[in-house]
Design a protein around this ligand. Sequence first.
Ligand code: SF4
Length: 201
Amino acid sequence: MSMKEYLKIFKKYPPSILDELISVCPFYKPCWRGSTIYKTIHDFARNRIAAKLLAEGYSIEIERRIEFGRIDILVGLNGKSLAIVEVKTGDVKLLQVAAYSTIMQLPALIAELKTGNVIVLSLEKSIKLLDELIKHLRDIERLKEKGVRITGSECYRCGSECENRRNRSGSLSLNTLNALNNIECVFDQLIEKLREIVKNE
Ligand code: SF4
């Protein structure tokens, strides 16, 4: 698909909600019920990693604004952009990262603090993910025309006015703080991956 088609999708569905679109019920409406306490933990992890990258001689731009969102860290070297780094202390929204990678035409490094891993999402893989999403949206559109509603776990986080909608109860915990223990290990892997990108250029 062309960049024009991707941009058309992002205009309708911003990258931050793309991962919600892989639901199977065509009437599912994403509804964000998260807590803002996790933002502090995320920003803390991102800024610690950013400071370390700077100390290693990389150039960085934090929260780079792009047309349809913000990138956690844009990393460069010698005046050239190398990759985007998305720091995740909770769940990874893979399609959101794929969208940013495609918009920037750069690979993405996902620093997953929860597991201590860094996942490389190449530009080719980002495009593949978006193409699969577009195919799924077409299928869902056909189901919608038929008026099919499909119940399941999505009903617990759905914002649609539907009789099947359910309320989810739960308590917030600060277990996410444990993710900060993995900063050093994630940082070492990030440096390794960035060196590989530079080597392969
Ligand atoms: S509540 Fe469930 S069945 Fe109803 S629209 Fe939402 S996801 Fe579909």
